[in-house]
Design a protein around this ligand. Sequence first.
Ligand SMILES: [Zn+2]
Length: 251
Amino acid sequence: MPKKAARRQSMKHPLPPVPEIKTVLVIMAHPDDAEFCCGGTAKIFSAQGASVHYIVLTNGDKGNHNLSITVPQLVKTRMSEQRAAAAILGVRDVVFMGEEDGFLEPSRELRRRLVRHIRRLRPDLVICQYPEILFRGDSYINHPDHRNAGLATLEAVFPAAGNPMFFPDLLAEGLEPHNIKELWMCMAPEPNHRLDITAYFEIKIQALRQHASQFDDLDAMEGWVRERWAEEDEQGKQRFFEAFKRMHFAK
Ligand SMILES: [Zn+2]
């Protein structure tokens, strides 16, 4: 077989089945991103007995158009909404990194902080936002924090988390290098992995409704989510899916 054709074929080779996932780490830009992106998936894993953790990179302090609410009040509200949503999905804990909303940067310091948590929690699977979406269609510009959250996560996962030469201070603390098995990115333009979340869709909705500060009309949000995540199966029955760009790292 000519070399080029062989390479093309190997690129098309299907990914192996998802390995056993005992620990999941979800890293998102804002409070509420995780519920939209992967709330059903988080619940599937927690229901299977996996240990699911969230890291929320920004404090969500721009998520408001009501100027009578102070920034500290808003941050506090968003943290408690995020904790309530996470609890509904069986998430074990939420770490708030406290970066300023709207100005997230994949800095060296943020990479170090993420590597610390990856080495501490030692996840099999990391779920993050796809780092390359600038806009979609004719009316949606992606939030810059979503892109940078994805980029910061990728840069922490590889090569820093698994390489002892990165951040020797962490190694000195006993935080040994760690390589994840799987990386799943949501909002990907060409997802290659879909999870049927129908069994937990009402729980995803319930979790999303915890973010009351973010929606003028919770029922309208719910209606939009039901439409956006719905698909019909071959029998014409409604199902719900969350889709990802999945990467597998052979061990
Ligand atoms: Zn967001």
